[in-house]
Design a binder for this molecule. Structure first.
Ligand code: GCU
Length: 613
């Protein structure tokens, strides 16, 4: 009996994992969708009762005690020990922590349930179920059948919905969400941010024709000269789910009077054509073109910006011109509600604050943010550093952990590779310098490059502090395009005047970037500049840092100080000045600017004039 059940369990596991790997359908905003956002019923399940039987074995698919099976008793004698009701509801999208006091610190399993009716626009359409993100682990069931499983808290995934499972009415969608931290996950158990759990982004049913455009890529050819802005070479591809019924792919850019047909000889169709001329995308001119991609059965439109980004010698070049990045770090948390950000409104608020600070760039820390952020950055003209949460000390010795990191990297790049605003893919943050880690990160870098050769690859490296000199000689610097590092001179080491004697030795003939620097202060707490936690201390910190920036080596390509807004962190427990918050924000949790905001803004406004970007 036991052996059979083990074989069944293994088979089930393989089939669900296999189904979870269905390739991502991109550009959801342009698809035929039915939103499943809104009010979902829930059951909190700290012991996993809905998933494990009393011997702690995974329940069989048809186990009537499993929480994915119907909660409706057969008759009045029937004993059901799980039930979803409107007295227990959560809003989707949204983390659970911010929706009720009892959830604030909750880490564990929550079962979400949504009933829905569904009529296809076209009976011949295929249907997929799409999640913008679920933190951290999602097991998805529809009408008692498992569609699949996904791990990773910040990237989208989708499952095909078989016709045999989907009904026209009374569909019973159940999602088991588990945000428990584990040593062998990405991120691992230790992070300096709140572990917001839940279905944190949109849930959509997507309808596509039997033969559809799954994904596509369009970008200016790497290394193209842009001197004349005439006949700009564009390269890319269109990925079909199956190619037999498509004879050609037609790409149109009406504003540029482009309409090109490409014969279909396989699932992936290579694109190559010239833009007769074009207005290049940049922070000053965030020009987006309507692009239309057609086959005989499918049509999709997108807004695409064309630009180039390169690291050449000691400089970063945007459209062939030297770029200085006036950045700021941002966590995906929004005030005044203090919750995971997910909406376009949230993106406009956060990116609007960055623009007010004088930024032309944001570092989206430490994980891929929602698609509204990257699409809004496209339209506002804000450059983006996008990062996977290989944060601090994940298990670099594990091939499974590497695969988890690579899956998240693939999902991040697949979702956003047509966003002109994104110029940097980052494979991690402050990882410890040792050969096993460097090999792990080097392999992630090569994965990023094979997925997308048009952008820079970076990571926040470690600083080698030596007497009299701060060396950037992290071996990982060998493999990145942009050498980035975090420094907190005057906060974690010494006082801000330590900046005055700081010498920086960048061990690579590459552009370098300060990916974090910052000091903590509680808004409204005042004292003299030596008073730790006061706004005046933070202001002094920024004044000393700015003076140091002004005498950095000539391959200094920019910075993204830590951080735009105060954010929750379970690691910050000074019960007077933190109370579960990391207050290094230039803006506090009520949206109020601290004195240091003006110091950084003044520096950036001066750089903007000098740098013209
Ligand atoms: C680190 C880390 C951040 C953290 C910050 C801090 O560099 O990258 O995630 O919040 O420093 O200590 O505030």
């Amino acid at each position: 009996m036991r052996r059979t059940s083990q074989l069944v369990a293994i088979a089930t596991c393989i089939s669900t994992i296999a189904s979870a790997q269905i390739p991502l359908i991109t550009n959801i905003p342009a698809r035929t969708t039915t939103s499943l956002n809104g009010t979902w019923q829930y059951i909190i399940d700290p012991y996993g009762t809905g998933f494990y039987d009393y011997r702690y074995q995974e329940r069989k698919e048809n186990d009537r005690e499993a929480y994915w099976t119907t909660d409706i008793p057969v008759d009045k004698t029937d004993r059901k020990e799980h039930q979803f009701t409107d007295r227990y509801t959560l809003q989707v999208p949204g983390d659970w922590n911010s929706q009720a006091e009892k959830f604030l610190y909750y880490e564990g399993i929550v079962w979400y349930k949504k009933s829905f009716d569904f009529t296809r626009r076209n009976p011949a359409n295929k249907v997929y179920l799409y999640f913008g993100a679920v933190n951290y682990e999602a097991d998805v069931y529809l009408n008692g059948k498992k569609l699949g499983k996904h791990k990773g808290g910040f990237t989208p995934f989708n499952f095909e919905v078989p016709d045999s499972i989907l009904k026209s009415s009374g569909n019973y969608l159940v999602v088991k969400v588990d945000n428990t931290r584990h040593k062998d996950e990405v991120p691992t158990v230790n992070t300096d941010w709140w572990n917001y759990g839940g279905i944190t982004r949109d849930v959509q049913l997507i309808e596509v024709p039997q033969s559809f455009i799954q994904d596509y890529s369009l970008a200016i050819k790497k290394g193209a000269a842009l001197k004349t802005l005439k006949n700009i070479p564009v390269e890319g591809w269109v990925q079909l789910n199956e190619w037999q019924s498509a004879k050609e792919v037609v790409v149109e850019i009406p504003e540029l009077k482009i309409k090109k047909a490409f014969p279909v000889t396989g699932n992936k169709v290579a694109l190559q054509f010239n833009l007769p001329t074009a207005e290049l995308w940049s922070p000053q001119t965030p020009k987006l073109y309507n692009v239309v991609i057609n086959t005989s059965t499918d049509r999709i439109t997108d807004k695409v910006g064309f630009r180039t980004i390169e690291a050449v010698g000691k400089q970063v070049l945007l459209n062939g011109k030297p770029l200085f990045m006036r950045g700021i770090c941002i966590h995906e948390e929004i005030s005044p509600q203090i919750r995971r950000a997910y909406s376009k409104q949230d993106a406009l608020q956060l990116l609007g604050q960055a623009k007010e600070l004088g930024c032309n760039m944001v570092r989206l820390a430490h994980y891929p943010h929602n698609e509204n952020m990257t699409r809004t950055a496209d339209s506002l003209g804000i450059l983006v550093w996008s990062e996977i949460p290989v944060y601090w000390t994940v298990d670099f010795s594990s091939t499974e952990v590497f695969e988890k990191a690579r899956t998240q990297l693939t999902e991040m790049i697949t979702r956003d590779h047509n966003r002109a605003s994104i110029i940097i893919w980052s494979v991690g943050n402050e990882t410890p310098v040792n050969p096993v880690r460097t090999n792990f990160m080097r392999n992630l870098i090569s994965s990023a490059r094979s997925l997308d050769s048009t952008r820079l690859v970076s990571a926040a490296l470690e600083v080698n502090y030596q007497p009299g000199v701060n060396k950037i000689d992290d071996p990982l610097g060998e493999y990145v395009d942009l050498v980035a590092f975090n420094e907190y001179l005057g906060w974690y080491s010494g006082l801000p005047d330590k900046c005055r004697s700081a010498n920086w030795e960048i061990g690579y003939n590459k552009p370098f970037f300060i990916s974090e620097t910052g000091a903590e202060t509680q808004y409204g707490f005042h004292g003299d500049s030596l008073t730790r936690w006061s706004e005046e201390y933070q202001e002094w910190y920024y004044r000393e840092q700015v003076a140091m920036f002004k005498r950095m080596p000539d391959n200094f390509a920019g910075l993204s100080p830590w951080i735009l807004c105060d954010f929750r962190s379970p690691r910050r427990n000074n019960q007077t000045f933190q109370e579960g918050w990391n207050n290094k924000g230039l803006i506090d949790q009520k949206g109020r600017k601290k004195k240091a905001f003006a110091v950084l803004k003044e520096y950036y406004d001066g750089k903007a004039i000098g740098n013209g970007q």
